[in-house]
Write a protein that binds this ligand. Structure first.
Ligand SMILES: [Zn+2]
Ligand SMILES: [Zn+2]
Length: 151
């Protein structure tokens, strides 16, 4: 479910004095079109752009992803694969959370109002402007539990 539309996101970016260049727009579109539950690393994105015939260098991609994450447009995720993954962020209260298997990296997304309420309350109490609220749970999935070799 994507709550941001290109128009609403563009308006928000303009409000913050950030220009949506064609390159940035291309990158945004890829994230907006991602199926629910899919996350991209900088390398994944680079590969995809190359397939689409878009010559955007890896260093530009790194920079753009960092910038978009800092602005709260993308979420930077530690999904335990040794590099960061990204997905589109959504305005409050549409944030979801991740349950991750530390063995096979399979990821389940879930929503939880209590977590969001705690996040919103905590930020508000300290006078912070909330951009994102995410919980990451590291665990071992049922399949990996079955295949665990006993020590
Ligand atoms: Zn996610
Ligand atoms: Zn697993």
């Amino acid at each position: 479910m994507t709550v941001y539309t290109t128009t609403s996101l563009k308006a928000e970016l303009n409000d913050r004095g950030w220009r949506l260049t064609p390159q940035r727009e291309t990158i945004l579109h890829i994230f907006q079109d991602l199926p629910q539950g899919e996350h991209l690393s900088a390398e994944d994105l680079h590969h995809r752009l190359e397939q689409d015939g878009e010559g955007i260098s890896l260093s530009t991609i790194y920079r753009t992803l960092k910038l978009m994450a800092r602005m709260g447009i993308l979420r930077e995720l530690e999904l335990g694969e040794g590099h960061k993954h990204y997905e589109i962020n959504q305005p409050y209260p549409h944030h979801h959370h991740h349950l991750i298997c530390v063995r096979c990296n399979s990821t389940i997304e879930f929503k939880n109002d209590s977590i969001l309420k705690i996040g919103a309350k905590t930020a508000q109490k300290e006078g912070f402007h909330l951009l994102d609220c995410q919980m990451t749970i590291h665990a071992i999935c049922p399949q990996c539990q079955r295949s665990l070799v006993p020590v």
